[in-house]
Design a protein around this ligand. Structure first.
Ligand code: SF4
Length: 348
């Protein structure tokens, strides 16, 4: 169950039953337009559908305008402190801006609403645990989840009373319990699309796990219309991790569903090395949702991965290739590339 209301950013529908969208944020500074375009292209290839870009000063108008023109996907300008930057971003062609209630308050909101209306733009109100004001924390008696909600409401209520409904809301912190509680409250109170994510989730496995736990709790309850996985590292990893989470939940099936066993005393191959080889040999353009399995032994592998569209299990002399549990080829490790290519040349 997604939000009742929906918005449209440059042709991308969010909420109101649309698929849960995958977002990221550029790590390249806006001053480096060529670097930003390169990063945007990589994100688009990884399936990212909306990208936020920090717009910290009006002096970068020219760069933002160029980026909006060159980007293959819609851009959302990320604004802190000053509503004038948001208006400038709209003037540069952005069809969405994110404003932070923790450091902007309500100053200039009426002016921003007029500019957003004139440009058919969407405003995301995004509170963040790290930028809550002392007053917001104090009025929530130190309850950070309640403070995140109250911060969103501080800007949302003026927008709603002005009849402006092209709104996305979000409340994020680096704490899973705080973020999930804030989003449960927002989803019950408001019909607007929710952007969800665990902010500053960290690096590598730890960051992916924290994001998967937080987003898994929310998305499994139907809460969340668009998401960002915030990782320290390459931005395309954020999009790939987001799709892994969506696939694991059965919410979206973009990309390959890769299955591999942990390996045990029965294994006939180095499962980790073979999984890496098979992944590297898979061509681009395979159908979304295809299940590929690499299993350590032929005793249990084909049965345990009986759903695989392409499965490989180790044998004494090499491997057996199977499809839906049935053997289709066998070979030695040195013939892996050729055998896989022949198999993939036939309709999968
Ligand atoms: S597939 Fe074989 S090697 Fe892998 S965990 Fe199962 S029994 Fe062990």
């Amino acid at each position: 169950m997604s939000s009742v209301k929906s918005v449209n950013i440059g042709g991308l529908k969010i909420g109101g039953g649309a698929p849960v969208r995958v977002e990221s944020m550029l790590k390249t500074p806006l001053e480096d337009v060529a670097g930003c375009v390169l990063e945007l292209d990589g994100l688009a290839r990884a399936g990212c559908e909306l990208v936020r870009v920090a717009f910290p000063r009006e002096g970068l108008r020219g760069e933002l305008r160029q980026l909006v023109t060159k980007s293959p996907i819609p851009i959302m300008a990320d604004i802190h402190f000053n509503h004038r930057f948001a208006i400038a971003a709209l003037d540069c062609g952005c069809r969405s801006v994110r404003i932070n209630p923790g450091n902007m308050g309500t100053r200039g909101l009426a002016e921003l609403i007029s500019a957003a209306r004139a440009n058919g733009a969407v405003i995301r109100i995004g509170s963040n645990g790290g930028s809550l004001s002392a007053a917001q924390l104090e009025s929530a008696d130190g309850d950070r989840a309640a403070a995140l909600v109250a911060a969103v409401e501080e800007q949302l209520l003026p927008l709603a009373s002005a009849g402006f409904e092209d709104v996305v809301i979000s409340a994020k912190s680096s704490s899973v319990p705080q973020t999930t509680r804030a989003n449960f409250i927002l989803s019950q109170r408001y019909p607007f699309p929710l952007h969800v994510g665990i902010t500053e989730a960290g690096q590598g496995v730890g960051g992916a796990v924290k994001s998967a736990v937080g987003l898994g709790i929310l998305l499994s309850q139907g809460i969340g219309d668009t998401m960002r996985v915030s990782l320290t590292g390459a931005s395309k990893d954020e999009a790939e991790t987001a799709y892994s989470i969506l696939r694991a939940l059965g919410v979206r099936n973009k990309g390959i569903n890769f299955v591999s066993c942990p390996g045990c005393g029965r294994r006939r191959i180095d499962v980790e090395r073979m999984a890496g080889r098979v992944k590297a040999l898979l061509p681009d353009g395979l159908p979304d949702g295809l299940t590929v399995a690499v299993m350590g032994c032929e005793v249990n592998g084909p049965k345990e991965a009986a759903e695989a569209d392409i499965g490989l299990a180790g044998t004494q002399n090499g491997f057996v290739l199977f499809k839906k549990g049935k053997t289709v080829a066998t070979g030695g490790e040195d013939t892996l590339e050729e055998t896989l290519k022949t198999f993939l040349a036939a309709p999968v």
